[in-house]
Write a protein that binds this ligand. Structure first.
Ligand code: PRT
Ligand code: ZN
Length: 283
């Protein structure tokens, strides 16, 4: 049975289980069991701390894992990145006290830097030819400068709010991370097929997340122009309306382009525009 390690609680737990549900894999929510079998898919879930997931996958206790790329990089175990999952985005950055006269990477020479990511930090320091002292601490790294445990920190940032509220300033963005599906690459044929099915479903879910279904009424005379604005998967669907000279037009658009397209469509007479979420797109 294919076994997938996911975070038991924390930032990635909710989105990992939401993704599995989205691809039709039921999760027993009384979970908090260490190990749980999906009732409708040949997959077993192993709940653990994110720190342990790369090792558990590398050792073969679980063939797959969902974990932050930051943990994969820091732990350094031999695992493959099978797919970037598009959630849990963050970066690991160097931050200094707001009042520091930061003038570039050499500022860190001879300084003490607090972090839970010593390996990634060491690599950056070496690449930049900087000698600094790394203070490894787990948890609440952001209070280290105020507590005079360090002169600067190297920590995970997403909104940056934590840095600001601790009087710190982000000065170097060193490593960019998101949740990834990892594997040890040693899958039995049957498990390989299960993984392929999961990847096919994940891809469909991720594609549909970025797209919207759009429908509108449009004057017959504008249909050709609208087709140029909305390429869709093949071409937009056009249906005549009872009202003379009008059509209903349906298409799929990238969310990032939605408002631009709407502006263009309104300019050629589109009315009653509806934008709907798409549950799945099966190419
Ligand atoms: O208990 P366990 O060991 O499993 O969990 P954990 O406490 O080690 O990790 P957790 O749940 O905090 O984070 C899991 C993963 O989420 C990390 O390894 C990252 O890949 C990812 N992630 C994404 C983040 C953040 N965003 C994030 N913002 N992890 C931590 N943070 C911290 C950040 O350090 C800061 O202290 O959240 C705080 C708020 O960040 P700002 O910048 O939004 O203020
Ligand atoms: Zn952790």
């Amino acid at each position: 049975m294919l076994r997938l390690a996911i975070q038991s609680k924390g930032r990635l737990n909710e989105e990992s289980t939401a993704l599995l549900r989205e691809i039709g894999i039921d999760i027993d929510d009384s979970r908090r069991k260490f190990l749980a079998q999906a009732p409708n898919f040949p997959l077993e879930l192993l709940y653990m701390r994110d720190d342990d997931i790369p090792q558990v996958v590398a050792s073969g206790t679980a063939a797959l894992g969902i974990v932050g790329l930051n943990e994969v990089e820091e732990r350094g175990f031999d695992v493959e990145i099978v797919k970037k999952l598009g959630f849990g985005a963050c970066r690991i950055s160097l931050a200094v006290p707001k009042s520091a006269d930061y003038d570039g990477p050499q500022w860190f020479a001879g300084k003490r830097i607090a972090t839970s990511y010593p390996k990634i930090l060491r690599k950056w320091l070496d690449e930049n030819g900087i000698q600094a002292q790394i203070e490894v601490i787990t948890g609440s790294v952001e209070i280290a400068p105020a507590a005079d445990i360090a002169d600067a920190i190297f920590d995970i940032v997403s909104s940056g709010g934590t840095l600001v509220s601790n009087g710190l300033r982000e000065v170097e963005k060193v490593f960019f991370s998101e949740a990834v599906l990892i594997s040890n690459g040693r899958l039995a044929e049957e498990d390989r097929q299960t993984l392929d099915e999961m990847l096919f479903r994940i891809e469909s879910a991720m594609v549909s997340r970025r797209k919207k279904y759009i429908l509108m009424n449009i004057p017959q005379a504008s249909v050709e122009e609208a087709t140029r604005i909305l390429p869709a998967m093949r071409s937009p669907t056009v249906m005549p309306l009872a009202a003379e000279g009008w059509c209903s037009l349906h298409s799929v658009v990238e969310e990032s382009e939605l408002w631009d397209k709407i502006r263009l469509l309104k300019a050629i007479g589109a009315e009653g525009i509806l934008v709907l979420n798409i549950d799945k797109i099966i190419p």
